[in-house]
Design a protein around this ligand. Structure first.
Ligand SMILES: [Mn+2]
Length: 331
């Protein structure tokens, strides 16, 4: 651990040791890292005899309900009650949870997104961590709570999902060290992979086929464009839960450097999810459209049904691809 990280972890552990009642939240549309980070710290604080309540705006993805602690997450649009601190995981700013009433609490902010706005009373954000759950492992160490199979599974869930199965930029020796330790504590990586990656519904598989059938290519085949409206979701029998990670599918192709998926939400609004390889910076594109994320994974709201709006997004990502040069020559 670097000296500055050590100072931040110490400050967080101080804040947590001195409190008795905690609220933990994370971002809307939760993913494996937000759920894993939340649950790992909640379980650790409960081992210390603390009262912990977890509240998110949206339900956890169904596949993650098999993990200990996930069933305790409440879904609510607002929070109240007395707590010694609110721990916000994985959120670059305080709007990301989409839960009302957060600003009244003393906030502990733990995050690995670049550009975190330091909205907490205690802040630790460091984009060098592959997952927020990797940071949470250090906080739990700082609290002196031993890793067990349940805490370890939550940490592993965060890491294995946020790294795309240890394939994304940011995976380091520290990442494997945390995973080594949770494996030693009883986590079975093969079982985790089955729970996390081989838990699809038949609707998801049909949706994959339909999405790829409709895929368009731009930038000389380097950019894939996917479009998912509610009619397609309905026709394939997939549920919103089935969408997680589908945007990554085209990246399996050697010559594809970036993907954008336009997705229609249940309320009829559209969102764009962008993924990329190597130096192709989709975060910079997302920032231009009012969103955010990481270099290789970002998202933003967009008028996705509008051809001109889609063309603007496509052109921006094509520009990012051109700016990054080419690592893999075409076959
Ligand atoms: Mn994350």
């Amino acid at each position: 651990m670097k000296a500055d990280a050590h100072t931040q972890v110490t400050a967080i552990c101080e804040a947590l040791r001195h409190g008795q009642r905690f609220l933990i939240t994370s971002h809307a549309r939760p993913d494996g890292d937000s759920i894993g980070s939340q649950v790992a710290l909640a379980l650790a604080l409960r081992r210390m005899g603390r009262h912990v309540r977890m509240v998110n705006r949206d339900e956890p993805p169904a596949a993650y309900r098999a993990f200990a602690g996930v069933a305790d997450i409440e879904v609510a649009a607002s929070v109240d009650g007395d707590y010694d601190a609110l721990i916000v995981m994985e959120c670059g700013d305080l709007g990301r949870p989409g839960v009302a009433g957060l600003e009244r609490y003393r906030i502990v902010n733990i995050d690995h997104h670049p550009g975190n706005t330091a909205y907490g009373a205690v802040n630790w954000f460091d984009a060098s961590y592959a997952a927020c759950a990797e940071m949470v492992a250090e906080v739990i160490d700082g609290l002196g709570v031993p890793l067990d199979a349940d805490i370890g599974a939550a940490i592993y869930l965060g890491i294995v999902t946020d790294t795309g199965g240890f394939r994304h930029a940011g995976v380091s020796a520290r990442t494997f060290d945390v995973c080594r330790r949770v494996t030693e504590a009883g986590v079975d990586p093969a079982r985790m992979a089955r729970l996390v990656f081989d838990s699809s519904s038949i609707g998801r598989l049909r949706l994959m086929g339909a999405l790829l059938e409709g895929m368009a290519l731009e930038s000389g085949g380097r950019l894939a464009i996917l479009s998912l409206d509610r009619a397609l979701l309905c026709r394939t029998g997939a549920t919103p839960d089935d969408l997680d990670g589908l945007v990554n599918l085209p990246l399996q192709v050697r010559t594809i450097d970036a993907v954008v998926m336009f997705k229609e939400a249940e309320d009829g609004t559209w969102r764009a999810s962008a993924r990329s390889k190597g130096e192709v910076d989709v975060r910079a594109v997302a920032l231009r459209f009012g969103g955010g994320g990481h270099t290789n994974a970002a998202g933003f709201d967009v008028a996705g049904g509008d051809a001109a709006a889609r063309a603007a997004v496509t052109a921006a990502i094509a520009g990012a691809i051109a700016a990054a040069g080419r690592e893999v020559p075409p076959a």
